[in-house]
Write a protein that binds this ligand. Structure first.
Ligand SMILES: [Zn+2]
Length: 90
């Protein structure tokens, strides 16, 4: 689980997550969906019409395009997850 600081760092960086990684390891994974239409591709859950076969391209979209909007969504998600954890067995 990434922290708010990780998210801030990601958005402040020049090149995002440079190390090769799967969707599950992506800092933006809560905002990224996967579709399998003819071939597998990724899409931005916030913008819907943004899709690409490359995970890195979607991450770049999230980081560079309307970054404040994407960042807010990501932080909102992390906070919800944290609240869930705090409540224990709910
Ligand atoms: Zn988007």
């Amino acid at each position: 689980m990434y922290t708010k600081e990780d998210v801030e760092k990601f958005f402040a960086s020049d090149n995002g997550q440079v190390v090769e990684h799967a969707l599950e390891q992506s800092i933006c994974w809560p905002l990224i969906g996967q579709k399998n239409y003819k071939s597998l591709f990724y899409y931005c859950k916030v913008c819907h019409d943004v899709e690409n076969i490359y995970l890195a391209s979607i991450e770049n979209h999230i980081r560079l395009k309307d970054s404040e909007k994407h960042k807010a969504k990501l932080i909102e998600y992390l906070q919800k997850e944290r609240e869930k954890e705090g409540q224990g067995n709910d």
